[in-house]
Design a protein around this ligand. Structure first.
Ligand code: NAD
Length: 258
């Protein structure tokens, strides 16, 4: 993997926080030129500042097709192209099924499922047109492998990511384009901080108990760190995974094994 990413252009979505920020950092350590994108431009700029040289921040909302085309085109013009897309941006909310509103359903589906569709579509169009054997790594979830209570809408959106990844991988394999996904478990990020509070309130238990349950469910016995996911993302974008495509790799500390 050492030289795989030297001066390679990598686009990361949702790079302003949590797992996305860590993905940016992992590619940067491997000497990529990292395009940090996020709908929250301030957050993207903060990641960029942390990384410094060979990183660039862009405002990019993954639900906005026009913005995706403009930013991806700008990256091609500015840096001469790109070879890797880590499509990581995502959102969650939590609720019992009877309380989930249509807006809540649409919000989760729009960012998590449609955002993957739109960003992957733009990248594949670019890779095919320019004969680039590009690599795409989508962030799905443990909740995209096994249904999670209070997250029916989120689970549906992440199962969509897994299905989309498998289908697209088969469609574009003949062009040498590889498409894989990672399925993280309970990762310590701002998304988790919000979920712990919501779950505690909904189940009428303490946030500490919710966190302890996450750890107890994890055979490796601790909360997941963003870098646990990021290292698998770089692997899936590297030549070390050259014969892997259409996979949704669990990175859950052993919670789920198929
Ligand atoms: N934290 C977990 O336990 C966990 C587990 C499994 C999967 N995931 C997935 O990992 C990914 C990253 O989650 P995280 O925990 O780092 O969350 P986070 O909230 O810390 O970071 C998400 C980032 O995505 C950005 N974002 C939100 N909507 C966007 C949009 N429309 N366009 C572009 N950017 C947008 C946010 O501004 C934020 O910077 C998500 O896809 C999430 O579903 C997280």
């Amino acid at each position: 993997m050492d030289k795989d990413f030297l001066n390679k252009i990598v686009i990361v979505t949702g790079g302003g926080s949590g797992i996305g920020r860590s993905i940016c950092s992992s590619f940067h350590k491997l000497q990529s030129i990292v395009c940090v994108t996020d709908s929250n431009f301030e957050a993207a700029k903060n990641t960029q500042k942390q990384l410094g040289k060979n990183s660039h921040a862009f405002k990019l909302d993954v639900t906005n097709k026009e913005e995706i085309n403009v930013v991806f085109d700008q990256i091609v013009t500015q840096f001469g192209g790109y070879e890797v897309l880590a499509s990581n941006a995502g959102v969650s909310t939590m609720n019992y099924i009877e309380d989930i509103t249509e807006e809540e359903w649409d919000f989760n589906m729009k960012v998590n499922a449609k955002g993957i569709f739109l960003t992957n579509q733009a990248a594949v169009q670019y890779f095919k047109k320019n004969n680039i054997k590009g690599k795409i790594v989508n962030t799905a979830s443990l909740a995209g492998k096994v249904g999670a209570p209070l997250l029916t809408h989120y689970s549906a959106s992440k199962f969509a990511v897994v299905g989309f990844t498998q289908a697209l991988a088969r469609e574009v394999a003949k062009y040498g384009i590889r498409v894989n996904a990672v399925c993280p478990g309970f990762v310590k990020t701002s998304m988790q901080d919000r979920e712990v509070q919501w779950e505690a309130k909904l189940r009428k238990i303490s946030p500490e108990k919710v966190m302890q349950e996450y750890i107890d469910m994890t055979p490796l016995g601790r909360l997941e760190k963003p870098e646990d996911v990021a290292d698998v993302v770089t692997f899936l974008a590297s030549n070390n995974s050259r014969f892997m495509t259409g996979q949704a790799i669990n990175v859950t500390g052993g919670i789920y094994t198929t």
